[in-house]
Design a protein around this ligand. Structure first.
Ligand SMILES: [Zn+2]
Ligand SMILES: [Zn+2]
Length: 380
């Protein structure tokens, strides 16, 4: 239930601060639970306290006058700080919040928009880079040193923004709060909005004699070498976030992050699909016919693969667990090996004799005749 703080304190809406204070003192004494033993004394005492908390503060009182209890949420000193809303966007939020009949949504929006403590200058920006790594670096993980341009504290003023040896004063625009209050006219009437102070950018301090190197911003571009740890199993398109390696904020505010977008270069032998790797291996006629054990390169060194007799070209063999480790877990992908049966191209005399003998032994020519048999009527 909405409570009228003026009637709780028994005063008129145009009461002065002195009237409010004396009304509060009188009622607080009357309802104090140590003095008053009536059942509802404590509840009344709390109401009186809260009414005074609001009306005794000019800021909060104005908000209350304008918006009722809902206005308490954004009228107070110290609490505010809204980020992300600026200019017209703010009115948009008002419109949508008020459009549906000025209900509970209002305080929700203010709760999130104005939450937080004293404003400070904004944290530095994130830096996004593309990072090329080799197949092996992705498969095994590594640490890479990269060089990038980033914004760091100005050496000359150590990030303060003031000419060395000069004083930094409390910002006169915001009295050191970092918050700028603006009176705006909207269709609801005059309301007060708050944002980061445009003079001190929320720092609450301002250098009257700004650092000549950084023009008072406390920041400077620098070329930096930093080490980035590449986890085992990372893949193209993954994002690596390195905390605190982005740009520094203005006047010593916190640093942003470095975000490395990974691109894994193709490998000569291995192709990757997720955590599985694929490769092709040549197998000779006789190996595929007779069967053989052949040596295969894997990520963990050489391994033996059994090619059974009668293996056809393009047969795929799976070597379980010989793929890449999952970047998020401990499981491994598989390695797939495609056997490509190579037909000999240049036969020496001896090989030719062997193949001629073999040909006589083979029944393949007869099988082909069978195909023609099935197509009778088409060719003859
Ligand atoms: Zn400087
Ligand atoms: Zn300021």
């Amino acid at each position: 239930m909405a409570k009228d703080y003026y009637s709780i304190l028994g005063i008129n809406r145009d009461a002065s601060q002195a009237d409010i204070k004396s009304a509060y003192k009188k009622l607080a004494k009357k309802y104090h639970p140590d003095i008053n033993k009536e059942a509802d004394a404590e509840a009344k005492f709390k109401d009186v306290q809260h009414a005074y908390h609001i009306l005794g503060d000019d800021q909060k009182r104005r908000s209350y006058n304008q918006f009722g209890e809902q206005g308490e949420k954004f009228g107070g000193q110290g609490g505010p700080g809204f980020q992300g809303f600026s200019g017209t966007g703010f009115e948009d939020i008002f419109e949508s919040a008020f459009g549906s009949g000025f209900s509970g949504g209002f305080s929700d929006i203010f709760g999130s928009a104005f939450g937080g403590g004293k404003r400070g200058p904004a944290r530095g920006e994130d830096i996004a880079i593309r990072m090329n790594i080799t197949f092996e670096e992705a498969a095994f993980g590594t640490e890479k040193e990269i060089e990038l341009d980033r914004i760091e504290e100005c050496d000359n003023c150590k990030g303060s923004g003031a000419r060395p040896g000069t004083k930094i004063n409390t910002c006169t625009a915001c009295n050191g709060s970092g918050v700028e209050r603006k009176i705006r006219k909207t269709f609801l009437g005059v309301i007060q909005t708050q944002g980061t102070c445009s003079k001190c950018h929320g720092a609450g301090e301002f250098a009257d004699d700004p650092c000549p190197v950084c023009d008072g911003h406390g920041r400077a571009h620098k070329r930096k070498k930093i080490k980035v740890k590449i986890p085992e199993g990372i893949d193209t398109g993954n994002h690596l976030r390195v905390k605190g390696q982005g740009n520094v904020g203005e006047m010593g505010a916190g640093k942003g992050d470095l975000i490395a977008v990974i691109y894994v270069e193709p490998h000569e032998i291995f192709k990757r699909d997720g955590n599985d790797i694929f490769m092709e291996v040549p197998v000779s006629f006789s190996e595929s016919a007779l069967g053989a054990e052949i040596e295969i390169p894997t990520l963990k060194g050489r391994a033996k693969l059994k090619v059974p007799s009668g293996t056809q070209s393009a047969t795929l063999f799976k070597m379980k667990g010989k793929g890449i480790k999952s970047v998020n877990g401990s499981s491994y992908g598989d390695q797939f090996v495609k056997a490509i049966v190579k037909t000999p191209e240049k036969l020496n005399k001896k090989q030719k004799e062997i193949f001629e003998k073999l040909e006589k032994e083979e029944k393949l020519a007869k099988e082909r005749k069978g195909i023609f048999g099935k197509l009778k009527g088409i060719f003859d």
